[in-house]
Write a protein that binds this ligand. Structure first.
Ligand SMILES: Cc1cc2nc3c(=O)[nH]c(=O)nc-3n(C[C@H](O)[C@H](O)[C@H](O)COP(=O)(O)OP(=O)(O)OC[C@H]3O[C@@H](n4cnc5c(N)ncnc54)[C@H](O)[C@@H]3O)c2cc1C
Length: 450
């Protein structure tokens, strides 16, 4: 079979199952934040998700540390992200260092490093402990459900977006594949939070093909984390040898390949790293599952046999969702560059932020389609810039701005690209978010960014 081997399908019809002011496609971190923000603006909101739970990579992909949300001592991402953290913490399903335990010292590092709460970009030794939160994936699903229900969002799980309904250059709704057949969901404004730009790409927006490491994230249970940490501390050279061997078996991982989770004896393994795979190609997705599991089971055998603290460990689960970091990237009204992120460029139309960098509203707007705004890891950025600005908190910050913008547009009839960024910031602030409109002291101002 070749790419030219095609059959023609009949167009068919789809039952309209929802009409709302704002339609959010994709129930990951940015979609959750967008739906809540739009609903809290008083808009009617429908949220569509292909899987039977909310969370996207955060829960289904088991990406279990919320980071990139601090600028030194300053916590830069608030809004729905902090609400999730606080609500999960109340259930003992989220851990983060309290203010008085953030800073640089051996003792603090020893206490918090294996929770992933250290500044991984710092050159200091040891790196400072900063605001970051380790959470439980089911905790995310539970709290997200509660928040969506409390807000009165019309949630439709098990609904797989397949087609954009576009008329005269404007998106009017989407088609989803479901067990009941094809369904149409119509709206005044649509927010694409699929992570892979499914909606915008289908609607005719320009994009580039990004790619990055792919990971089958997993958790190990039955780990004696105290014993493992003691061994690392007391026998650093022997530990380093075993750790290197473990990483070799996985064919690549970050420095700390296991981190603690709120569940005793259960550790989060953000590995193995697999390269050269396209996160939206079925053959590559399938290959990633086979290759990832092979490496996980090789590591399991090795850890049981050789690593103190891991003698009785077992695989709790491999994340149901493949860990895809980057695929299609919007080529929108502005394309954020690596220099913008590195130099902390503050834009006149900043509406969201991450650690110490800022997101212009233009990077969430496709050039070619009206009525559509995007938020999350597929926003308009170069590949290099996205790698540095795609963590969960900044995606939620973008979602917040998109939700507000979509509601303002639907309610006023003003096209999305004419919504005033200052108005978006005002409403994001009123909802407890930080849209980045008040730049931190280390921001850069460039004429070209205006
Ligand atoms: C292995 C790995 C490790 C990472 N480590 C960290 C980390 O330590 N800390 C951190 O903060 N970030 C980390 N990240 C980045 C972070 O997880 C993502 O960038 C973030 O989750 C993106 O959020 P999103 O809402 O844009 O997209 P996603 O989380 O991908 O959510 C997209 C949602 O849309 C749904 N969807 C997609 N297509 C369709 C469709 N056609 N129809 C209906 N629904 C659809 C998906 O099911 C999903 O729920 C990591 C990512 C990976 C893959």
């Amino acid at each position: 079979m070749t790419d030219n081997d095609l059959i023609q399908e009949s167009p068919g019809a789809a039952r309209v199952v929802s009409r709302s002011d704002v339609l959010v496609v994709g129930g990951g971190p940015s979609g959750l934040s967008a739906a809540l923000a739009a609903r809290r603006m008083g808009a009617s909101v429908t949220l569509v998700e292909r899987y039977p739970y909310l969370g996207g990579l955060a829960s289904g992909g088991m990406v279990l540390v919320l980071d990139d949300m601090h600028n030194g001592d300053e916590v830069t991402v608030t809004g729905a992200c902090m609400e999730m953290i606080e609500r999960m913490a109340k259930l003992d399903l989220c851990m983060y260092p309290p203010v008085e335990e953030r800073g640089a010292s051996e003792a603090l590092y020893r206490k918090w490093a294996r929770w992933g709460a250290f500044d991984f970009r710092s050159q200091m030794k040891p790196p400072p402990i900063v605001m970051a939160a380790a959470f439980d994936p089911d905790g995310w699903k539970r709290v997200a459900n509660e928040m969506i229900a409390e807000a009165g969002v019309n949630l439709r799980l098990h609904s797989w977006f397949s087609k954009a309904v576009v008329q005269d250059g404007r998106i009017r709704g989407v088609i989803c594949e479901t067990k009941e057949g094809r369904q149409a969901l119509m709206a005044e404004t649509v927010i694409d939070t699929t992570g892979d730009l499914d909606v915008a790409a289908a609607a005719g927006a320009a994009f580039s093909d990004g790619s990055y490491i792919v990971t089958t994230v997993f958790r190990l249970g039955g780990v004696d984390t105290e014993e493992a940490e003691r061994f690392e501390r007391e026998s650093p050279e022997e530990w380093a040898k075993l750790d290197r061997a473990a990483k070799r078996l996985m064919g690549g991982s970050w420095d700390k390949w296991w981190l603690k989770t709120p569940l005793p004896g259960v550790v989060w393994c953000n590995c193995p790293h697999m390269i050269g795979l396209d996160g939206i190609k079925v053959a590559d997705q399938t290959k990633a599952d086979f290759e990832g599991r092979k490496r996980i089971y090789a590591l399991l055998d090795y850890a049981r046999a050789s690593m103190p603290g891991f003698r009785n460990c077992f695989v709790v689960d491999v994340a149901p969702q493949l860990g895809v970091r980057q695929t299609r990237l919007l080529q929108g009204e502005y394309v954020v560059t690596k220099d913008d992120v590195m130099d902390r460029v503050h834009f006149q139309d900043t509406v969201a932020r991450g650690r110490d960098y800022y997101t212009p509203y233009r990077s969430m707007l496709p050039k070619e389609v009206e009525g559509l705004v995007v938020a999350g890891r597929h926003y308009s950025a170069t590949e290099a810039a996205q790698k540095m600005s795609r963590e969960i908190p900044p995606c939620m910050s973008m979602g917040h701005a998109a939700g507000v913008a979509a509601a303002l547009s639907a309610q006023s009839g003003t096209p999305l690209r004419h919504i005033d960024p200052a108005q978006i910031c005002k409403h994001v602030r009123a909802q407890g978010g930080d849209p980045g409109d008040r730049p931190s002291a280390n921001a850069t101002f460039l004429e070209k960014a205006a």
